[in-house]
Design a binder for this molecule. Structure first.
Ligand code: IMP
Ligand code: MG
Length: 173
């Protein structure tokens, strides 16, 4: 069994999301935005952040898989569910739960750029900078975290714990 301890509280997540949404509202003011939400992990984060945006936003969902049911990356990315909105000449905002090695977002951003968007920005809840291997960063980061496996607020460990309202670290017992 694992034990979950709080890393980032519900209150701190809410505060930080307000700050990040304000930055996005400033940067993309008056623009048409397509928010592409990476399933499953980003569903709660996306639901909270899009409700703070004040420009015109279209929302669609994508599922990529780079992880099995554990904590080890496979190092390749498959599209399990693709999006259907037209992104040509639009500002795309990718919403993702966490950027770790960066493989998932590096691959996905490259695919998006083939469809002639006006611009692509990446917004993540969490950034594990020390684990990065792909040459990519996020434009908006709510929290930098150390190299620890975390769950909650959408993130899972073997499909568990997504429903937790806070971000917790997993400690093996
Ligand atoms: P990357 O391709 O290595 O950047 O991996 C990104 C994906 O790995 C995220 O979308 C998550 O699904 C998963 N991931 C990485 N670290 C964690 C973690 O600490 N908890 C839960 N999922 C994680
Ligand atoms: Mg994910």
């Amino acid at each position: 069994m694992e034990k979950i301890t709080t890393l980032i509280s519900e209150e701190n997540i809410e505060k930080r999301i307000n700050e990040i949404a304000e930055m996005i509202n400033k940067d993309l003011k008056g623009e048409e935005v397509v928010a592409l939400v990476l399933l499953k992990g980003a569903f709660i984060f996306a639901a909270d952040i899009v409700r703070k945006l004040d420009m015109a936003v279209e929302i669609d969902f994508v599922q990529l898989s780079s992880y099995g049911d554990g904590t080890i990356s496979k190092g390749s990315v498959d599209v399990t569910k693709n999006f259907s909105v037209d992104i040509a000449n639009k500002n795309v905002l990718i919403i993702e739960d966490i950027i770790d090695t960066g493989n998932t977002l590096y691959y996905f951003k490259k695919e998006l750029e083939k469809k002639s968007p006006k611009d692509v920005k990446i917004c993540v809840l969490l950034d594990k900078k020390e684990r990065r291997t792909a040459p990519i960063g996020a434009d908006y980061v709510c929290f930098d975290i150390p190299d620890e496996f975390v769950v909650g607020y959408g993130l899972d460990y073997a499909q568990r714990y997504r429903e937790l309202p806070f971000i917790g670290r997993v400690e093996k017992e």
